[in-house]
Design a protein around this ligand. Sequence first.
Ligand code: CAA
Length: 259
Amino acid sequence: MTDFTCIKKYQPKPLVGAIELHRPEALNALSLQLMIELVQAVEAYDKNPDIRCIVIHGSAKAFAAGADIKEMADAGTIEMLERDQFARWERIRQCKTPLIAAVSGFALGGGCELTMHCDMIVASETAQFGQPEINLGAMPGAGGTQRLTRAIGKALAMEMVLTGRMMGAAEALRTGLVNRVVPVEGYLNEAFALAAEVASKAPISARLAKEAVLKAFSTTLEGGLEFERKNFYMLFASEDQKEGMAAFVEKRKPIWKGK
Ligand code: CAA
């Protein structure tokens, strides 16, 4: 049993793993220790066949207010290089299990980038997304310039990165950054319900489909279509595909084995 100091790990529903970012004294700023724990928790869930969807959330006031500025303020280039913090982010990107960010309050800098590492975002009405690094004489480093641009388009991403202005929940919904917006009292339950729905599906299908959707960001249409087809054919080697189609024909609910 691992003792976490910056996160909490719990199971709000069967097959759903939750991770709460918990540094209330720093608005959940993503310190090195928090990132170590977060990666450890994500990877443990990802290896656990009884977890089929993961929800990452913070508090009502802050999802996460960015990387920990106090840890970086005096660091030099070589020290930052040696910390190699982005290797940890890469490990979150490698997670095969669907990831949902449940966001309330501030999701800034690395916090905003963490929401965009997730596959879907459920926001509370108070959510505020932003890449304010420009105000610190820095710039996004955990994928913000790339993922925000892909999510909301060049003009708006450029505005957010160059001015540091925050985007509220309604605008985030309108521009396609988030999946849905709900009152703050209900945002966690909404995210858990969405996670439970994903978790109720055939798990190998979910993993391969996630992988194929993400491929759209890193390849040509032709390459992506080939990749999709390969995953599509691969599923016909699974017991769950046989079960899913047999259940349809027999007019019953399928029972997934994850095999
Ligand atoms: N790092 C370290 N500490 C932080 C922090 C951060 N990113 N954000 C907030 N805190 C700390 C504050 O220093 C403060 O601590 P003290 O009580 O010890 O002074 C505590 O959290 C509460 O914060 P505030 O008093 O500032 O709260 P507020 O409600 O007045 O303001 C806020 C909230 C607008 C989010 C403001 O805290 C803020 O601007 N935070 C910084 C946001 C930011 O610039 N994020 C980008 C970081 S760089 C990055 O993320 C790089 C990357 O891409 C990887």
